[in-house]
Design a protein around this ligand. Structure first.
Ligand code: MG
Ligand code: ZN
Length: 171
């Protein structure tokens, strides 16, 4: 990476944990392979970590904010504490400034961590994560999953096979 990186912001579903659509059940939280080791490695190197997550299930009336908080708490039990959590609760039709690919969550996370977007990497599994990073002036790493569209993978500036490999690129 051609910049000094101080913070890494992760998408939650399909990146830190397996994507269970509109999950409101902490018991169904399952880390992606190597997630804990990769994130501990970042923290051991002094990098800040955060989460930037679209949770439109709230705006769609499928999830409560309390359920999302409970799932997030379970993620922290499994992966350790993150320096900031930035969640977009809005429906896609709301036209908010935070739902990725808009940069609002990235800006808010950087402000909360006291780092500049230029020194931040966003790690995600779909193009909305990549574009949110670009719109904020941050760097992105795409980790494709079985649901990531091939054209999105092709357009991504940087891809990694898994979280371990993504962290290897950052450190
Ligand atoms: Mg995702
Ligand atoms: Zn929003």
């Amino acid at each position: 990476m051609d910049r000094t990186i101080e913070a890494v912001l992760f998408d939650r579903d399909g990146t830190l944990v397996r994507d269970v659509p509109y999950n409101g059940d902490p018991a169904r939280v399952e880390p992606m392979p190597g997630a804990r080791e990769a994130i501990m490695d970042l923290r051991a190197h002094g990098l800040r970590t955060g989460v930037v997550s679209n949770q439109s299930g709230i705006g769609r009336g499928l999830l409560t904010e309390g359920q999302v908080r409970a799932v997030n708490a379970r993620v922290e039990e499994l992966l350790g504490r993150f320096g900031t959590w930035q969640i977009c609760p809005h429906h896609p039709d709301d036209g908010c400034a935070c739902r990725k690919p808009a940069p609002g969550l990235v800006f808010a996370a950087c402000e909360a961590l006291g780092v500049s977007p230029e020194r931040t990497v966003v790690v995600g599994d779909i193009e909305a994560d990549v574009v949110a990073a670009r719109n904020a002036g941050a760097t992105s790493v795409l980790i494709p999953t079985e649901v990531t569209r091939p054209d999105e993978v092709e357009r991504a500036p940087r891809t990694a096979a898994d979280l371990r490999a993504a962290v290897g690129m950052i450190l």
